[in-house]
Ligand binder design. Sequence first.
Ligand code: DUR
Length: 283
Amino acid sequence: ATAYYSDTNGVPKDGDGRVTHLGLRAGELAPRVVSVGSLSRAQRLRDLMDSVSLSLTSPRGFTTYTGTVAGVAVSVVATGMGAPMMDFCVREARQIVDGPMVFVRLGSCGGLSPEATPGTVVLNTPGSVYVSRNPDAFAGGEGGSTPAYTIARPVAPDPRLCAHVCVALRAALGDRVVEGLNASADSFYAAQGRCDEHFDDRNSTVVPEVLAKHPDACSMEMESFALLHLAACSLGTIRACTAAIVAANRHSAAVITTELLHETERVGGRAVLNAVASFGLYL
Ligand code: DUR
């Protein structure tokens, strides 16, 4: 019998040296990574690469395309949704690549500020906060007096990488680029202030509280904080920054069209791929 994986108290790998959730082994992932949430966005970015040498979908729902952009090795990874998926992506990627790494996320988000309209791209130059639900507040007893949601302080991107990506995005999208703080949330629903009569959520003030504390908050999604936080804790080995296409504005309720989404993915995606490929790796 073969062990399902080894090193359960570290970063588990199977008998072929593949990390358990990404499904990749050394040599299959480039040190320059563009992470996206959706598979179709990953495919659109793949189609912009010069060549693709590896396409792999893991049993846990991660799809990776590794190839070249302007002669430089780049990987595009579709992570799916949420901070735990980003955590798998960054930690398992770090395990199978030697030396300095660069991660840029091109996700999707809700627009919190009026200028973050559908089809703009919010680049998180000031970084991201994290909004999480506090289950103790809902349980009664001692926890009942604690706040139902907490907002963790901003974590910044790598400033040089972010400036480099900013130049590329602005050249491609002009004034459709908005720079501002992101708020990642631990769910799409409650912690993003979406109301659902079927649950006791106590979340009607979550978005106003984020904006009161951080008037520069422009975007809300689920993954960027996890990436920035892990990069900040990577002992200097990972540089990261995050951007997201505004899918809908939370004030006006305006929603992007499919055509505009795909165009923004292509134009923004090309800019991010070129920026990642042309950014020097250093410790
Ligand atoms: N997303 C949000 N909130 C939005 C729009 C987009 O979390 O309002 C991102 C994050 C998540 C996915 O991966 O898109 C949910 O639709």
